[in-house]
Design a binder for this molecule. Structure first.
Ligand SMILES: Cc1cc2nc3c(=O)[nH]c(=O)nc-3n(C[C@H](O)[C@H](O)[C@H](O)COP(=O)(O)OP(=O)(O)OC[C@H]3O[C@@H](n4cnc5c(N)ncnc54)[C@H](O)[C@@H]3O)c2cc1C
Length: 455
């Protein structure tokens, strides 16, 4: 399937994979998230004889909706990630580890960062998104995001380091600023407040509650904009009850190593800044030479083919419809994956393609123990304990793999049921040498030794 460098371009004719009998269609899927996995599975199991190669820069698929639990010591990183090779064997596709750097459309090959090339007859791009800092000064350098397993571990270790510093020196304190009042920001702020309120008194008796502040900053009028106003009000009240300082109609002008500067000029202390304000395509997507719309997302036609392309599809968070921008959620990604499989079959059987129709299954967000909001397309709205139980059940059920489901259920039960009001935190690494504030990519706490401490 993968061409050696000297074979590049050798195998680009439709339906001719090396070693195949000539009827096999080469489909390359980029990204092993919700969208890419569903596409790879559906194509491999469909009626077209296809040789499917799934490419991802990680060797696992990440269940992003529970990353905030990893970041706050509720789950282990392995609970929310699943090895793609296991799935490949099970579901009948190949896996290639690698980061896509470019697309050679003339040769019909995907070019990987390690120089490898993978030929395709149909290409499905499902590489998801990264944090979008909207050009806010210092945000990329001094805030942490939560889109990957590594980022959530950075965050967990950063939090633990900060707590150990406060425990060691009672003059210290910590203010965590969460930027963005969408579901990710709300979940993060709610869980941090819960940790501060419940876990800290048990695990860190030296730390007074007043030494740790959680601030949620949202530029809009309300939190959780896509939800019904009653659920938005409930969310705001719940967060405030848990001691989160919620600042609405507030924009961030700059992020520094120890502060955020608000638009009005006010400077807020921020020992840790968590960026949950928006997403966009990763910078490398610009090098793929495809049309990009809002947030750098790749623009697609109604059938999910990239605008101007016959053989390239884009799905999931990375794609934006020219007429209909779908929400960046798991369901549009999964349904989009199934749709492209059907469209590839249609193209192979010389049938016309069909437009993608999204079936809305509702939205939900959690605020913390016994508090969540659920809104169904029928208009049914739930909140409180029942919504929270529904949220937990759905998230555990949709994880990949029984082992991950059992481990997650056990760890969440430990956090919320077995140890209510207890610590229950999974321990991270504490690296107390650095005096620097957090940065986005590296674990910053060990980056620069304080003056006079250099090796
Ligand atoms: C913290 C958080 C909480 C969320 N909570 C919810 C929720 O409760 N409900 C919900 O419906 N949605 C939720 N979402 C959104 C949901 O996770 C996304 O909509 C969904 O993951 C999108 O799926 P995807 O397949 O498009 O992308 P992803 O799941 O992001 O997968 C993209 C894959 O592409 C790979 N990749 C990226 N670049 C490259 C490259 N250059 N080369 C090779 N591989 C690459 C990545 O490693 C990754 O595996 C949440 C998201 C976050 C971050």
């Amino acid at each position: 399937m993968e061409s050696a460098p000297e074979q590049r371009g050798r195998d680009n004719r439709h339906g001719h994979a090396p070693g195949s009998d000539g009827d096999v269609v080469r489909v390359v899927v980029v990204g092993a998230g919700f969208a890419g996995l569903e596409a790879a599975k559906a194509i491999a199991r469909g009626d077209v004889r296809a040789e499917v190669t799934l490419i991802d820069r990680q060797v696992y698929s990440t269940f992003q909706p529970l990353l905030y639990q990893v970041a706050t010591g509720g789950l282990n990183p392995g609970d929310v990630t699943y090895p793609v090779r296991g799935l490949a064997v099970q579901l009948g596709f190949r896996f290639r580890w690698g980061a896509v750097a470019a697309i050679d459309r003339d040769a019909q090959e995907v070019v990987l960062a390690d120089g490898g090339r993978v030929g395709y007859d149909h290409l499905v791009l499902a590489a998801g998104v990264a944090a979008n800092h909207f050009g806010v000064r210092g945000a990329a350098e001094h805030s942490l995001a939560m889109y990957t397993r590594a980022q959530s571990l950075d965050l967990r270790d950063g939090l633990m380091t900060r707590l150990e510093r406060i425990a060691a020196d009672e003059r210290e304190g910590a203010t965590v600023v969460v930027v963005g009042g969408g579901p990710t920001g709300v979940e993060m702020a709610g869980t941090l407040a819960e940790l501060r309120n419940d876990a800290l008194p048990v695990a860190y008796p030296e730390i007074a509650r007043a030494q740790v502040d959680v601030v949620l900053v949202e530029m809009g009028e309300e939190l959780l904009a896509p939800f019904h106003p009653a659920l938005r009000r409930y969310t705001l009240a719940q967060l405030r009850r848990r001691g989160v300082e919620v600042r609405l109609r507030t924009s961030i002008r700059e992020v520094g190593p120890d502060h955020v500067l608000l638009d009005g000029g006010e400077r807020l202390r921020a020992d840790i800044t968590i960026w949950a304000a928006g997403v966009g395509a990763a910078p490398e997507v610009a090098g793929w030479g495809l049309p990009q719309g809002r947030g750098g997302r790749i623009t697609v036609c109604p059938d999910l083919r990239v605008v101007g392309e016959d053989r390239i599809f884009a799905i999931g968070d990375l794609a934006i419809g020219v007429d209909d921008p779908l929400p960046q959620l798991a369901q549009p990604a999964i349904q989009g994956g199934r749709h492209v499989a059907a469209q590839i079959a249609a193209l192979e059987q010389s049938r016309p393609t069909a437009p993608f129709r999204y079936t809305d299954k509702g939205i939900m967000a959690t605020i913390g123990r016994r508090a969540a909001v659920v809104e169904l397309p029928s208009g049914l709205r739930l909140r409180g304990t029942i919504a929270w139980v529904a949220w937990v059940a759905l998230h555990v059920a949709t994880l990949l793999g029984n082992r991950n489901r059992v481990a997650t259920l056990l760890n969440l039960s430990w956090r919320y049921l077995a140890h209510p009001g207890g610590s229950g935190m999974i321990v991270g690494d504490v690296q107390p040498r650095s005096e620097d504030g957090p940065t986005r990519d590296a674990t910053p706490w060990d980056a620069t030794p304080p003056d006079g401490d250099a090796a």
